[in-house]
Design a protein around this ligand. Structure first.
Ligand code: FE2
Length: 293
């Protein structure tokens, strides 16, 4: 159906030989979801899609999420966002650099993203990579005692509440009370079992994670910090440099990611212009919904 070429990296694989404009049958979608769950991040190469075709493809992976930062939604396509350095909004550092910290999409929502996709329409010559870390491998690598200790821990999440590492940028700020009201504190397990393949992984130990039920603030803060440092070691990380036409999909149940800071592009012709269309979805891919029901 297509070729899967694992990267020379701890996670991630390129998918070659398919055109997402054609009608994708269930067998092909099952192949793509299997590749995603095997490799955590897949990059479907050389795609050419307009907004409608991309959104149609996105819906096969789950229910697209209109972002709580509603000022950043794409006009006419509330379930999509333009991520890059070419638009007027991107001149604001806190918007352009608002994903340059380790995070898990929508971990601050009761129903977080199950997958996110980024489709590269412009790719910078320098910078703008996305780093991904394998949270299932990171979990596997923990000491047995620590695994037993943290199994069952419930973590409290609030947008932007985690401590930042040196060099990280704050998450793009919420700009009004309505956005704040939309995302009160919520809780997620520290160790999640993947809803399709059943594999355990550490979940969302950065950006929004700030407390653990039953633990004091200092102990919880230290544990979350230590786990994040553990997860982002080079041995768990893949850094993706985009090419135009890359459609990157990552499994939110078994990855965290961080953008790389990038400067504003002078124009659309700037060799360092960057533009990705983002869709995040929640729930299961269509081809897995029946099995779970
Ligand atoms: Fe993100």
């Amino acid at each position: 159906m297509f070729t899967v070429r694992p990267f020379d990296a701890p996670l991630g694989a390129a998918i070659e030989g398919i055109d997402l404009k054609s009608d994708l049958g269930d067998e092909l979608m099952r192949g793509l979801t299997a590749a995603l769950y095997d490799h955590r991040v897949i990059v479907i190469k050389a795609q050419s899609l307009d907004e409608d075709a991309y959104l149609k493809f996105g819906r096969q992976w789950g229910e697209p999420i209109p972002h709580v930062l509603d000022h950043m939604r794409m006009p006419g396509y509330p379930e999509m966002m333009c991520v890059g350095n070419t638009e007027e909004k991107d001149k604001t550092d806190s918007i352009r650099l608002g994903a340059a910290l380790w995070h898990t999409d929508q971990s601050y929502e009761q129903k977080p993203a199950s997958a996110t996709m980024l489709f590269a329409l412009m790719a910078p010559r320098l910078g703008g990579e996305t780093r991904f870390t394998d949270m299932a491998a990171a979990y596997e690598a923990l000491d047995t005692d620590l695994k037993e200790q943290i199994d069952g821990y419930l973590v409290s999440h609030l947008y932007g509440a985690a401590k930042l590492r040196e060099g990280e940028f704050i998450a793009s700020p919420l700009i009004n009370q309505s956005q704040t009201n939309h995302i009160p504190t919520c809780k997620h397990p520290l160790v999640l079992r993947h809803p399709v393949v059943g594999r355990k992984a550490l979940y969302a130990v950065a950006q929004s994670a700030f407390a653990i039920e039953g633990l004091g603030d200092d102990e919880a803060g230290q544990l979350l910090w230590d786990l994040r440092e553990h997860c982002i070691q080079d041995r768990f990380v893949y850094r993706h440099k985009y090419e135009i036409g890359d459609l990157v999909i990552f499994d939110s149940y078994s990855t965290m990611h961080a953008a790389t800071p990038i400067a504003v592009a002078e124009s659309l012709k700037d060799e360092n212009a960057r533009l990705n269309w983002r869709i995040s979805v929640r729930g299961l891919p269509q081809v897995h919904r029946e099995a779970a029901a």
